[in-house]
Design a protein around this ligand. Structure first.
Ligand code: ASP
Ligand code: MG
Length: 429
């Protein structure tokens, strides 16, 4: 008997109707002869609503432990309601919190990392014929015995981690669009669904802000060889397969042209801010000091640019991007260290956007960057920062021009399709 892990996102379980629809789908999967483990997110935008509430009772919502207690409640609501809905149609199901499901994490609240998954209770439940439902996005620290959360969007990672630990045949991620698109269909309605994508490209897409899959879930799936099928809970259409290794790619595409498209898609991100450390002494060790300070706040840094020092000044500027949510803490830490490091000032800008073009085929295709920058220039978009990898080019632009830039680049690489992508639900919040 095969084992399927199905994860349903917030927009799929946004209301009673949605929960009943998901219940039916899960029961149908079991009736087709599979063991089913379900991972759920919090209903609709309820995680954001809980965050808003926290900000209202205490402006400095820095109470990380209590924040995790609060936010983990969102997923507990959906798991219990889904179990009830399944009982309502005559099947048996049990819900489990992250800690009951054996999701053991480190003790870093708000962005805990999984260190062990021991899903004994889940195994027992499915072996006796129950559908096991697990609250996504949460775990427990063995050191502190406290409830932790994995970071926004973390339910995808819960699902893949469970799929790996249970040796599932596939991890299905159900969402409000039919799969992974060549761009966010909310911004580019003519974006096309991608049938299969390598985990390498999917990693770059997720790291570049494509919100369809949590970055860590893709890393996890790649490491443990879990195939992911991203699809809609509102249709029965085949979605996008994210394949852990290139061999799988060839297997699936048998009978089809094997040549990879040059470009897989355009991703964008509005969740980052730009920090510029101005007037850094241009001597060895200063960059290490600065990034050491930022790392001390547990912030992930993305793009980094250091300017050539102005002739004779002996000083240079270093700019980098980081998540807006980490901005205040990083600025405070830098401010404290200003005299010691000896830089002149720090500038901070939240009104930026990042656009990335991703494709494994660009490795061997000269002219991609020319076409990319030509498209941006034709659209009148000014570029603030540039970074590249083997299979990605990213730029930072002003936030106001980001959508225009995404559409221009998508069109320039002939990614536009003839049919309008369906967005079934969700506010995109
Ligand atoms: N409910 C959490 C969030 O909104 C986790 C998730 O949806 O994956 O970020
Ligand atoms: Mg999500």
């Amino acid at each position: 008997m095969s084992l399927i892990v199905q994860k349903f996102g917030g927009s799929s379980v946004a209301d009673a109707e949605g929960i009943k629809r998901v219940a039916q789908r899960v029961v149908d999967t079991q009736a087709a002869g599979h063991h089913v483990v379900v991972v759920v997110s919090a209903m609709g935008d309820s995680t954001d609503e809980l965050l808003d509430l926290a900000a209202q009772v205490s402006p400095a919502s820095s109470d990380a432990r209590e924040m995790d207690m609060l936010l983990s409640a969102g997923e507990r609501i959906s798991m219990a309601l889904l179990a009830m809905a399944i009982h309502g149609i005559g099947a048996s199901a049990q819900s489990f919190t992250g800690s009951q499901a054996g999701m053991i994490t480190d003790a870093i609240h708000g962005k805990a990392r999984i260190i062990d998954v021991s899903p004994h209770r889940i195994r027992t439940a499915i072996e006796k014929g129950d559908i096991a439902i697990v609250a996504g996005f949460q775990g427990m620290s063995r050191d502190s015995n406290d409830i932790t959360t994995l970071g926004r969007g973390g339910s995808d990672t819960t699902a893949v981690a469970l799929a790996a630990a249970l040796d599932a045949d596939v991890c299905e991620i159900y969402t409000d669009v039919d799969g992974v698109y060549t761009a966010d269909p909310r911004v580019v309605p003519s974006a096309q669904k991608i049938d299969t994508i390598s985990s390498e490209e999917m990693l770059e897409m997720a790291a570049s802000g494509a919100k369809i899959l949590h970055l860590r879930c893709v890393e996890y799936a790649r490491r443990f060889g879990v195939p992911i099928h991203v699809r809609s809970s509102f249709s029965h259409n085949e979605g996008t397969w994210v394949l852990p290794s290139p061999d799988d790619q060839i297997k699936i595409q048998e009978g089809e042209p094997l040549e990879q498209p040059i470009i897989s898609g355009v991703a964008h991100d509005r969740s980052e801010a730009k920090v510029t450390v101005v007037g850094v002494p241009d001597i060895p060790g200063k960059a290490a000091e600065i990034f050491g300070i930022v790392a001390g706040t547990n912030t992930n840094i993305d793009m980094i640019v250091q300017n050539v020092s102005t002739h004779g000044s002996g000083r240079t500027d270093i700019s980098f991007t980081l998540p807006i949510v980490d901005g205040a803490e990083a600025l405070a830490a830098l401010g404290e260290a200003q005299d010691r490091v000896g830089f002149e000032s720090v500038e901070y800008n939240e009104t930026i956007g990042k656009l990335s073009l991703i494709g494994a085929g660009m490795r061997s295709n000269p002219g991609v960057s020319y076409r990319f920058f030509r498209a941006l220039s034709d659209a009148g978009v000014n570029i603030d920062m540039i970074s590249t990898s083997e299979i990605r080019i990213s730029v930072v632009t002003g936030a106001d021009l980001l959508d225009t830039a995404v559409r221009a680049v998508h069109a320039a690489f002939e990614l536009d399709g003839d049919i309008t992508a369906t967005v079934y639900a969700g506010t995109g919040r």
